[in-house]
Write a protein that binds this ligand. Structure first.
Ligand code: CO8
Length: 284
């Protein structure tokens, strides 16, 4: 069974999964509470992204099949309806947590965001409305963010006597720089899609939710036409070099670059170019 088949067989209460041409759409589906992240949502997201990270690019468990499993080539993460991507962590589920419980919750969710960030295939956040607190943090764990015109971003935790706990203090700074991140976190103010675009938080803004999902899917399809092994290496390398000095980053990149030489996908990609035909990648 491929990971795509295993995923659609999962019984999930808070997420909807759909696979179309190897693009997986994961929809957080609690519209009555603006898709707020309850512990159940986090557990189900961990099931989905946990299964993906363990199986993508390795032979599937069918004994006869030795080809790597690339049955999912990209993931779109979005929220149900038109009003919200995710309006944050579920405040009612969080209110009575002890410091010990909240640390555990924070660490489990941060681990999920790292799995998303390091996943072997691209993950695009399609932000269709409110992306607040944990919602903004979930979107920032993705490779990039596409937004609809009605999208609204923010880290409003200070209004609750809290601070971001799902990676916001780290990733918002990486997206928008230290001053803009501090200003947003300290004031808790919400920004619209135009300001998110200007700050570099959103990569592009689409006029409505249908156009947003089409654009995110098209971007993932473009990536899916490339060598999956090269895409995985490119994604892993851009993350690994980020905290490095220029010299260390360049040395790391040279190793990763060299690591692609002689691989089946590199041989196929370069041969196909020279033979003026479309490459048929194995994903190795
Ligand atoms: N949690 C729980 N319920 C929520 C949440 C939420 N984050 N957001 C909205 N809802 C519920 C509302 O309570 C309401 O429920 P009901 O209909 O039963 O009253 C329903 O969704 C609809 O919401 P509104 O009526 O408020 O809709 P509006 O259009 O008037 O307002 C807003 C929309 C502006 C998005 C407003 O709902 C709001 O401010 N929501 C809260 C946003 C927020 O503060 N998010 C951050 C939460 S904290 C967080 O994410 C921290 C992450 C790190 C934690 C680390 C943990 C250990």
């Amino acid at each position: 069974m491929t990971v795509a088949q295993a995923l659609v067989a999962l019984e999930l209460d808070t997420l909807e999964l759909e696979i179309d041409e190897a693009i997986l759409t994961v929809t957080v589906n609690r519209p009555a509470v603006l898709n707020a992240l309850s512990p159940a949502v986090i557990d189900e997201l961990r099931q989905v992204f946990g299964a993906l990270r363990e199986t993508l690019g390795v032979p599937c468990d069918d004994a006869e099949d030795t080809a790597p499993d690339w049955s999912v080539r990209g993931v779109m993460l979005t929220g149900a309806g038109e009003k919200a991507f995710v309006a944050g962590a579920d405040i009612s589920a969080m209110q009575h947590m002890t410091p010990v419980e909240s640390r555990e919750y924070s660490l489990r969710t941060q681990e999920l965001t790292s799995w998303i960030e390091m996943l072997q295939v691209p993950v695009v956040a399609a932000v269709n409305g409110f992306a607040l607190g944990g919602g903004c943090e979930l979107a920032m764990a993705c490779d990039y963010i596409f937004a609809s015109e009605n999208a609204s971003f923010g880290q409003p935790e200070v209004a609750l006597g809290l601070i971001p706990g799902f990676g916001g203090t780290v990733r918002l700074t990486q997206y928008v720089g230290i001053a803009a991140a501090r200003e947003l976190i300290i004031t808790g103010r919400r920004i619209d899609s135009a300001e998110a675009l200007r700050l570099g938080l959103a990569l592009c803004v689409l006029p409505d939710v249908a156009a947003l999902r089409d654009a995110a899917r098209e971007s993932l399809r473009l990536a899916a036409a490339q060598s999956p092994a090269a895409v995985a290496s490119a994604k892993q390398t851009t993350r690994a070099v980020r905290p490095m000095s220029t010299d260390d980053g360049l040395a790391y990149e040279a190793e990763a670059f060299a690591g692609r030489f002689g691989t089946p996908d590199m041989v196929e990609g370069t041969t196909a170019f020279l033979e003026k035909r479309r490459a048929q990648f194995l994903g190795l």
